[in-house]
Design a protein around this ligand. Structure first.
Ligand SMILES: [Zn+2]
Ligand SMILES: [Zn+2]
Length: 349
């Protein structure tokens, strides 16, 4: 999208103005250089300032796409009507050439647990996310694999596959239907989908229920991989992981990557996101994930801290630096102590 890049460089929206402190950290030496293979990189942006402004912000920070919440991520209740700003948002997204858009489903959704009431509520909320996705022009609805809540991995996988089949039976199936994208878990609280093997078994179980493979994709969150003890700290680690996914699942099923560094130690089953190349994973592995030749079809979304405090631009710049083989500058200590997105009610996970 070369035209959009030059447009966004000239944007004078107030949201495009960085504070001098943020600018000093560096918005990325390689901010406007394209990623290898034309792959798309965006961020989960808060909609607090408005939907149109979020799209403008995406362009201003050099993002190709964005991820958003279609509704309150921590509430069961879904609003009845679509937002008034939706038509204006869609024209802005088209004008700026943003995409593929992703909707992150509510956190409460857990299709893998044994509680019948929570299961039914999860079906309802996830069905609603898929039902509104075409109105947003969203290509993906991203949802956490969930937790078996003590019922065991086998039971959890079966339950999840039943739930996915139910949700997709009710969901739109037209050309503009969103793909349901299952996100790996860091493994805390009986989280399922912590390994490639478990993710493969989940997709197999869904396939066994007659669901076409193009309706369900996979999202790998790098911070969750790290917490779960999946090695991604070096280029060799990443290459081995990509080979394993190719052999066990098929790379075409990998639709999205949540590109985050992590604050927790490897294999700790924790999930706390950190600025890129400023956490435990580090720049080498993240750079390889962002540039691996076999992953050019994947859409990348940042879920790093401080999205509404100017660090959206900082981390977009750091990602472009990593992709260009440039080591991102060190961040000031206060940046590393910023609240993780998880501790904020409306933040992504
Ligand atoms: Zn997370
Ligand atoms: Zn994520």
């Amino acid at each position: 999208m070369p035209a959009r890049r030059s447009d966004s460089a000239a944007t004078t929206s107030p949201l495009a103005v960085e504070t001098s402190a943020i600018a000093a950290i560096g918005a990325g030496a390689a901010l406007r250089s394209p990623l290898p293979g034309g792959r798309r990189l965006g961020a989960h942006l808060p909609l607090g300032p408005g939907m149109v402004r979020a799209a403008e912000r995406a362009a201003a920070i050099g993002a190709d796409t964005l991820q958003l919440f279609a509704d309150n991520p921590t509430a069961w209740r879904r609003r009845d009507a679509l937002p008034d700003e939706l038509p204006a948002f869609r024209s802005k997204v088209a004008e700026l050439g943003l995409g593929p858009l992703a909707i992150h489903a509510a956190y409460l959704v857990n299709l893998a647990g044994p509680d019948p009431d929570l299961f039914e509520r999860s079906i309802g909320v996830l069905s609603r996310e898929l039902a509104v996705a075409p109105a947003y022009g969203a290509r993906f609805v991203n949802v956490h694999v969930g937790s078996h809540r003590g019922a065991g991995v086998e039971a959890g996988i079966a339950r999840l596959a039943d739930g996915v089949a139910r949700v997709l039976a009710e969901a739109p199936a037209g050309a503009d239907a969103a793909t349901l994208v299952l996100e790996n878990s860091a493994g805390s609280g009986d989280g399922l989908g912590t390994t490639v093997d478990e993710l493969a078994r989940i997709l197999d179980a869904i396939g066994a229920r007659g669901i076409a493979t193009d309706r369900v994709g996979l999202c790998l969150d790098t911070a969750h991989l790290w917490g779960a003890g999946v090695a991604i700290g070096s280029a060799d680690d990443v290459d081995a992981l990509v080979e394993l996914i190719a052999a066990r699942i098929g790379l075409e099923r990998l639709s999205m990557v949540h590109l985050n560094d992590s604050r927790v130690s490897f294999g700790s089953r924790g999930d706390r996101h950190q600025h890129l190349a400023a956490g435990e994973i580090g720049g080498d592995g993240l750079a390889r994930i962002l540039t691996h030749p076999a992953l050019a079809h994947v859409a990348y979304y940042l879920e790093t801290p401080g999205m509404d405090e100017g660090y959206d631009a900082v981390n977009m710049g750091r990602a472009r630096d990593l992709a260009a083989g440039i080591r991102p500058p060190q961040l000031p200590p206060e940046a590393l102590e910023m609240r993780g997105s998880r501790s904020r009610a409306a933040g992504p996970s």
